[in-house]
Design a protein. Structure first.
Length: 410
């Protein structure tokens, strides 16, 4: 049975791939290979959902599919009722800083925070509302005030850094809901998003003495992970890409401070002291392996992230904190191009613009021009294939054999 693909989904996937970026939706339509890696991350998601913690660094060359893989993990996490906070690092967004760059990263994560019912970000207010509506039902059933129930539920957050103020902000949002004070609700969400820049402003708006500043970002994520579980979600997954930007920091002290933060997160995860919180970090091999500027330049991290010396000669070990994305095999790549052809035709086999033989010839064409690396870093090859399909679609007299340089058909 042919399942048609909606034009909206088809266009979203094709336009993203043609531009060399990862589609936000529809990854399942083209996903191939990497079964072991995906199963490993699903295991992590299950552990976080069970109240545990997880930490993974996903490495692969530019264009090898890291971002695609991270997005796939994000989709799986949302399906399993986790809350996902995603962001890309850049020179103005880091894990550790003193000039507002860490708070900027946190604010970006909060803008992109997603749930299954709100997968495109902006879900923070909905999470708080869900927590409050649950508390209201409980309060009504027990004849208590909603704020009393909220305080009781949030009581065990007070053992964490900023826990008291976090509870005060949630209570303020609840008061805003009950009394129709929209400004109070907006201020509470601003605090939770890390958008207050001074403690004075936060005290005037909400009566709290702290804000989410550079030093408090990781502690705030630990608070948030506990809170989303209280709101009825399974846990929090933090999905960060482009960690190569830390490797590019020219200041050794700033770079090491960021690596120290990664070490702290890794230690907490390994020791199980971050309840319901998982981290998936994406970076290039040099970000990990460079002993002068990469994570391996920090001895405590190198010892924890070193590859299993027995996993050689094709043997693998996915139990360590680093997931090295294996190259797609030519067979995987062939299936990937078939999937893209299928999506391009909106699921209608009668509208295929190129036969299986044409895909095989395209791969030979790439191999002769680029060498075997064409399927190891698939981004540019995928873009070329979509460009080929676009020309065939818009020029009805064009033959794929001519476009591929008259490669001999076998």
């Amino acid at each position: 049975m042919t399942i048609t693909i909606r034009p909206k989904d088809r266009d979203a996937v094709i336009q993203s791939l043609r531009a060399g970026v990862v589609p936000r939706a529809g990854q399942h339509l083209i996903q191939v290979g990497r079964t072991n890696e995906i199963e490993t991350l699903i295991g992590d998601i299950d552990r976080v959902a069970d109240g545990g913690s997880a930490f993974r660094i996903v490495t692969g060359e530019y264009g090898a599919g890291k971002t695609f893989f991270l997005n796939l993990v994000r989709t799986v996490a949302l399906e399993k009722k986790l809350v996902v906070a995603s962001a890309d690092l850049n020179p103005d967004r880091r894990l550790h800083a003193s000039g507002g760059q860490a708070r900027s990263l946190y604010a970006e994560m909060m803008r992109n925070i997603s749930t299954r019912t709100k997968p495109d970000g902006g879900a923070l207010a909905g999470i708080v509302e869900k927590f409050i509506s649950t508390a209201k039902l409980e309060a009504k059933a027990n004849g208590l005030s909603t704020e009393t129930v909220i305080r009781e539920k949030l009581n065990h957050l007070t053992e964490l850094v900023n826990g008291y103020d976090f509870a005060d902000v949630i209570a303020a949002y609840c008061r805003g809901v009950e009394e129709g004070l929209e400004q109070l609700k907006a201020d509470a969400i601003r605090w939770l998003r890390g958008e207050f820049t001074t403690k004075t402003d936060a005290k005037q708006a909400l009566g709290v003495r702290s804000i989410v500043d550079d030093a408090a970002v990781y502690d705030q994520l630990k608070l948030l992970a506990r809170f989303v579980r209280l709101a009825g979600f399974s846990g929090l997954l933090v999905n960060l890409d482009e960690l190569v930007n830390l490797y590019k920091l020219s200041n050794t002290q700033a770079r090491n401070a960021n690596y120290e933060q990664i070490l702290r997160i890794l230690n907490d995860s390994l020791q199980g002291s971050a309840d319901g919180l998982g981290f998936v970090l994406g970076g290039t091999p040099e970000f990990l392996l460079d002993t002068r500027r990469g994570l391996y330049s920090y001895p405590a991290l190198q010892s924890r992230l070193a590859q299993n010396t027995f996993a050689v000669g094709g043997l693998v070990d996915f139990s360590g904190p680093v997931v090295r994305l294996s190259s797609l095999t030519p067979e995987d790549f062939y299936v990937l191009l078939q999937n893209i052809r299928h999506v391009y035709a909106a699921g209608d086999q009668a509208k295929y613009l190129i036969p299986d033989q044409g895909i095989f010839s395209f791969m030979e064409h790439c191999s002769s021009r680029i060498g075997d690396s064409y399927f190891r870093t698939p981004r540019t090859t995928i873009t070329s294939f979509i460009n080929l399909l676009a020309v065939l679609e818009q020029n009805t007299g064009a033959a794929w054999q001519d476009l591929l340089g008259g490669i001999e058909v076998r």
